[in-house]
Design a protein. Structure first.
Lengths: 269, 258, 341
């Protein structure tokens, strides 16, 4: 365990070092996460304004702002992109030197993920504040909801990473199919509440979303922060669901990893 | 001619799986756009007066433009960036053809036409849903406005690529474009006035998607002659501006390596 | 007790088969045909501790595939291997900590950071105690002479400098067994010599067992007393370097460029004619006759340029062991490439 901590710390140190080298690029990467929620806010606001009660999907314009503002932040913190990169690592054989190491490659990927988030905070933090002043979100939240919201956010980050990595492992088999990242991204968008609050999604899609973990990666904490999860028991149920999905993700991840290595060492090494 | 056809079929067979996957991904993107429209209009009747049929056209036009960009502009701009970084732009400059023209037409990615076709189908669908048929006048006007829009897109890209004469390491310059272009996915009328102003005069996204889409659905009802004039004046102005900027960059490049 | 033992080790790849022509290409859209290629075929050998073994063979012979199996990156289709008591493809952490593999084409370092940062990460990942790390690092830096480049970004290093850093990284954890896959490929001659010198010294000092692959004869003659020659997945020779030189057909190739076109000179009588064009001729002659033949050619003919060369290793192996002269490289390693794709 201490060995793992030492390795992970080393990965973090160098990960941040690399991110600082690429400071221009990482700013660019984080821009989409800022622009997209703003565009959607404008769209849903216009939609609300066309409705007689100036509401859309039961949310006032201020609440629409609150939704996209919050999910902008939580979305950034729970971002995971191994689904986009794993294919490249496998296809180009870059996985080989990583497999020679007596440590699973996931730890380095996780460290890179966290390094990105730590380094971009300097840029996105002020942007978030600026946007809050711009679109004026309205919140109706109790203190306990904020507290539990923070717990949910933490779990969301863990879930988002582990589930994403598990799905990314598909790349070990589908070496020619480079669409895993795109498809996953689409699923997160629509089933994870990034395009619209889940209550606004058409019935059939809503129904599919209920059964999947994407809702717990950003939507669930956002909904708590907006004060829309009204009873403590509802919140705890959601937290339990997050934990359950994390457990499932980790289990699937371990099984798939063993199979993935077997596949890699059979085919190319 | 036959030889080229044969070679390209051989290539197709070799990369057939890639092709199929790419087409599926294109369809997937279109489906995602449409799910978006479906979601929005499950909750409201209009966006600042634009109805779902209008949004179908917007989605279609976005696909057409994005497909066109990826078909002809992106491959050329990527190559220019490589040339600048490797110093191989010299070969282009030695040719007796205008450099800007040459770097703009060298590359062409044919399969991206799928995006353009899919976009056209959806746009046509939206138009027919609204009007009951496709008025030829609207189509003509649409193409006219789309052309102006595409010229503006090209000019924006050229200016971005020209920046590389100074900041040689901007490999992700593409991302700058797509990030900002996100805002053009929806008609600019949904944005507050100051943003609309920005997208009309500062970064002319309005003419790329919104205006052509309006032309297609509403024809001369939505687009006034004044709009047409504005679009084309902007196109010409951008063309002159970007060409001038490119020449400055070129001078710097030649000066630097000489 | 040998440190490395291999018995009947085999690795077969399935390679998509593709014929030329339009009809075949169209057919392949609907139905793929596969061919089985044996990259390594029932290989047996054993290596004692502190031996340096040269693993020689042309491209696609199966060298890299064998090394990958020994380092755990590939598992075999058949056969057994035990290295220091472990089965490599089980990839036990305890095993991985005691070996090292250097792949010429793949980097173990972070490209955007100085080399010293990659060393630091390596020490953390392999659990090297701080004091040991410092001692080892100092020693390696001195032996490899990389003190000046430690703080330079890996991306900016020349190939030779990078190779030295790769070697350093792979030795930081003092592996007992070292697999070097084409360590000098693409590196200039002076650097090649330096790297060879270093490997020899390291082996003498620390008793590390080394298996070194190359298709440069020079790598192997400098370092290895024992040579294993492999081709098309089979071991053709396993023994002392001295024997190999003896068994090798001791030939030299004389190449001449003529001033003008020539007709009627009987080259066949002085040696085996490999190439005869209007102004270029290549003949193969027994090694000890080469100077005499060269002298004769120079006096008989209007020679503009004359060189005496060793035949390329592919031909040497083919000749010595009865294959066709100038046999083309086997399909095995390109197959591996395709399988990876």
């Amino acid at each position: 365990m201490r060995q793992l901590a030492r390795s992970f710390t080393a990965f973090l140190k160098t990960g941040i070092g690399v991110m600082l080298q690429y400071r221009g690029e990482i700013v660019l990467w984080s821009v989409w996460g800022l622009v997209n929620p703003l565009v959607l806010y404008a769209v849903f606001k216009a939609g609300a304004q066309s409705n007689p009660d100036q509401q859309i999907a039961g949310l006032s314009i201020g609440e629409v702002a609150a939704y996209f503002f919050t999910i902008m932040i939580i979305g950034h913190l729970s971002a995971a992109w191994d689904t986009h990169e794993m294919g490249w690592y496998v296809r180009t054989g870059r996985m080989s030197p990583l497999l020679l190491r007596p440590i699973m490659p996931i730890w380095k990927s996780l460290a890179d993920n966290l390094s990105y988030k730590v380094c971009t905070l300097v840029f996105v933090g002020p942007m978030w504040i600026f946007f809050a002043l711009l679109i004026r979100p309205t919140f109706d939240t109790a203190a306990w909801q904020v507290a539990l919201g923070l717990v949910a956010t933490l779990l969301a980050i863990v879930l988002s990473y582990t589930f994403n990595y598990a799905v990314a492992l598909i790349a070990f088999w589908a070496t020619k199919l480079d669409a895993v990242g795109e498809i996953y991204f689409g699923l997160v968008m629509f089933l994870g509440g990034r395009f619209a609050p889940l209550p606004a999604m058409p019935g059939k899609i809503r129904w599919i979303a209920e059964a999947l973990p994407f809702q717990y990666m950003a939507y669930f904490p956002t909904w708590i922060f907006m004060g829309k999860v009204h009873t403590r028991s509802e919140v705890f149920l959601g937290l339990a669901a997050q934990l359950a999905w994390i457990a499932v993700s980790i289990l699937v991840l371990r099984l798939m990893w063993a199979a993935a290595v077997k596949r890699y060492t059979a085919v190319s090494g | 001619m036959r030889l080229f056809a044969k070679v390209s079929i051989l290539n197709f067979a070799a990369y057939r799986f890639d092709m199929i996957v790419r087409m599926l991904v294109s369809i997937m993107h279109l489906a995602a756009d449409l799910i978006g429209v479906w979601t929005i209009f499950s909750n409201t009747k209009a966006l600042a007066g634009w109805k779902w049929q209008h949004l179908c056209v917007v989605v279609g036009v976005f696909r057409i433009v994005a497909g066109g960009i990826r078909m002809s502009i992106v491959p050329n701009m990527r190559r220019v960036l490589e040339d600048i970084m490797d110093g191989t732009l010299d070969f282009v400059l030695l040719k007796p053809v205008n450099a800007q023209y040459l770097v703009s037409i060298r590359e062409f990615v044919v399969w991206r036409i799928v995006d353009v076709l899919l976009g056209a189908i959806i746009a046509a669908y939206g138009c027919i849903q609204l009007n009951g048929y496709m008025p030829l006048g609207a189509v003509a006007l649409f193409v006219f406005m789309l052309l102006a829009g595409f010229i503006i897109v090209y000019c924006l890209w050229l200016m971005l690529a020209t920046l590389c004469f100074w900041f040689v390491r901007i490999q992700n310059i593409e991302m700058v474009f797509w990030n900002v272009f996100e805002a053009a996915r929806f008609p600019i009328v949904v944005y507050p006035n100051w943003v609309q102003w920005t997208f009309t005069f500062l970064i002319p996204l309005a003419f790329i998607i919104t205006f052509p889409a309006a032309a297609f659905t509403g024809g001369m009802n939505m687009i006034r002659p004044f709009h047409i004039a504005m679009a084309w004046i902007m196109a010409v102005a951008m063309f002159i501006l970007s060409g001038w900027f490119w020449r400055i960059g070129l001078r710097r490049y030649s000066g630097a390596s000489a | 007790m040998p440190q490395i033992e291999i018995e009947n080790l085999s690795k077969t790849f399935k390679v998509p088969e593709r014929e030329a022509g339009l009809a075949a290409a169209l057919r392949s859209v609907f139905r793929r045909k596969y061919k089985e290629v044996a990259a390594v075929d029932r290989v047996n050998f054993a290596v004692e501790q502190a031996e340096i073994v040269g693993f020689l063979g042309p491209n696609g012979a199966g060298k890299t595939t064998t090394l990958k199996m020994l380092s755990g990156l590939l598992h075999p289709t058949a056969g057994v291997a035990r290295v220091m008591g472990h089965t490599p493809w089980k990839r036990e952490a305890a095993y991985l900590r005691r070996i090292s593999m250097l792949m010429g084409q793949r980097s173990q370092m972070q490209w955007d950071l100085p080399a010293i940062d990659s060393f630091f990460v390596h020490a953390a990942v392999y659990g090297i105690p701080k004091d040991d790390y410092k001692t080892t690092l100092d020693e390696l830096v001195e032996l490899l002479d990389i003190g000046g480049i430690l703080k330079k970004q890996v991306r900016t290093l020349s190939l030779g400098e990078r190779m030295k850093c790769e070697i350093c990284v792979s030795l930081l954890h003092r592996p007992a067994v070292l697999f070097l896959d084409e360590p000098t490929i693409g590196v200039d001659i002076t650097m090649q010599a330096r790297i060879r010198k270093f490997i020899g010294e390291y082996n003498r000092k620390h008793g590390a067992t080394i298996i070194l692959t190359s298709h440069y004869m020079a790598d192997v003659t400098a370092l290895c007393k024992r040579i294993i020659v492999i081709d098309h997945g089979h071991i053709l020779f396993d023994g002392q370097l001295g024997e190999l030189s003896g068994r090798l057909a001791p030939f030299k190739v004389i190449k001449i460029d003529l001033d003008r076109e020539l007709d009627g000179y009987d080259f066949a009588s002085i040696g085996e004619v490999l190439l005869k064009e209007a102004r270029k001729v290549e003949v193969r002659v027994p090694r000890d006759r080469a100077p005499a033949v060269a002298e004769k050619l120079l006096s008989d003919l209007p020679v503009q340029d004359l060189t005496i060369e060793d035949p390329p290793i592919e031909n040497v192996i083919a000749m010595a062991f009865g294959g066709k002269a100038g046999a083309p490289p086997s399909a095995a390693e390109p197959a591996a490439e395709a399988a990876r794709a």
